[in-house]
Design a protein around this ligand. Structure first.
Ligand SMILES: [Zn+2]
Length: 180
């Protein structure tokens, strides 16, 4: 996760953020190695994916799952901080930038060279609008998903605050009975 926010990223906030990512991964059976709330200098916490594994966005279902996983971190921390779904703008946040990258791959929106500046401008505006719509719809879905799985997220966040780092099988064991 990353900072630049309206509230302080306390350890509890970080634990809920990472628990959001991890619980949705367990729900959708997206593998990972471990989840940690220990700072590594770059980030305050992280869910570590399996090594040498490319993200699967080959079909709509897989892309949907990756989208929900990416957005569940912020949705969970906002649910924790505000007690309801409040979306804070996160321009430049790693989770959102990563998702933008996946979205471009899924939509084949590679950078194109357009000579005419006004056409180029139009093209860019159309892409930006599509992305903004996609993000708006997806974040609503991620908020609903996080609310549905809130008990599992809270339970994992508590365990993370105690242990700081948990392996994937330990996380699955704790979380699976609480999913619905
Ligand atoms: Zn995150």
């Amino acid at each position: 996760m990353d900072g630049g926010c309206l509230y302080e990223a306390t350890e509890e906030v970080i634990a809920h953020h990472e628990a959001g990512h991890a619980v949705i991964r367990v729900l959708f059976r997206i593998p990972f190695t471990k989840v940690s709330i220990l700072s590594d200098g770059d980030t305050a916490g992280r869910v570590v994916p399996l090594p040498n594994r490319t993200v699967n966005v080959s079909n709509d279902r897989a892309f949907y799952r990756m989208t929900m996983t990416a957005l569940a971190g912020f949705a969970a921390e906002e649910q924790f901080v505000f007690g309801e779904s409040v979306w804070v703008e996160r321009i430049g946040a790693d989770d959102i930038e990563d998702l933008f990258g996946l979205w471009k791959i899924r939509n084949r929106e590679y950078p194109v060279h357009i000579e005419d500046p006004s056409l180029r401008d139009q093209y860019q505006k159309a892409i930006d609008a599509q992305w903004a719509n996609f993000l708006l719809d997806s974040r609503c879905e991620a908020e609903d998903l996080v609310c549905e799985q809130w008990r599992a997220i809270e339970t994992l966040a508590k365990a993370l605050l105690e242990k700081k780092e948990m392996g994937a099988s330990e996380v699955r064991q704790l979380v699976r009975p609480l999913l619905h």
